[in-house]
Design a protein around this ligand. Sequence first.
Ligand code: ASP
Length: 343
Amino acid sequence: MKVKALLILMFTLAGSLPLQAAESPIAIAIHGGAGTIEKSKMTPEREKAYRDKLQEALDKGYAVLDRGGSSLDAVVTAINVLENSPLFNAGKGAVYTYEGRHELDASIMDGKTREAGAVAGVTRIENPINLARMVMENSPFVMLAGEGAETFAQSQGVPLVDNKLFDSEQRFEQLQKAKEKLEKEQKRDKDYQAAVERLPTPYKMGTVGAVALDRQGNIAAGTSTGGMTAKRYGRIGDSPVIGAGTFADNDSCAVSATGHGEYFIRYNVAADICARVEYQGKSVAEAADEVINKVLLPVGGTGGVIVLDAEGNMALTFNTKGMYRASRSSSQPAKIAIFRESE
Ligand code: ASP
């Protein structure tokens, strides 16, 4: 009798093992911007507020994947939480332009089809990532800008909101300080771009993004931002540029970037990371480290990326003091971090 029970147990275990192994992995990583984020300069209350919001975005995105939803849905769900929070530089809480308003950029890419959608310089769209997805799914185009994008939004039934909806006191103060610094700097050499380059990183950063892998094995990436404080002349950063701030291809990886956009565009950061994975057989961690620390850092390009492949391998890599970030997969519990691991 004992032997029989043992045999039954063995067969049951043997039967369930391959089933477990066959269960495809799911994973999600999010970021809320990289920059000079130091523990010594943050109150415990503020740190908790950031951690709670990252946790909420991570949980909501993961729940989509867990119930069999698509990586695109998970990316949009997580980004919406961050766009709706004034803590991050996307949607509500977006930074101010030089003229004192908000111009938002966003993009999304589907790793299964390599379809993509982006909006740039929109001023009246509450959740720009949703509009980017509509551009991808309901238009023959990839990137729409400014008023045209808003006309398209109306054709999709998306209500236009007042630009003031994105206002926040903290960002307004940041603009005043940035302008003071810019004026002083410009007196030195009259070069606006050079003056912007010299602004400390907190004035330039704070984007949000997500990458996800669903049970069907498809990866996706999305990014949403208010850009850089005191930007002007219709400046557009890397976030809505496919290949620079966002990229996804099931054969290589999904990337969402944050940092000094001009560098991320010129160094084609997101696509370069995935090219290294695809053509050189590098892991996502190796490829991200090479591009962020060995290519960008020496030329002065600051920022970070979240990267994910179709097997669920993840890298959250940055060359700044900190990056608001979180990740979770079917084989790794939720991790939330802000500063460097050593802090
Ligand atoms: N990359 C964004 C931009 O340059 C800013 C950021 O990530 O903080 O517009």
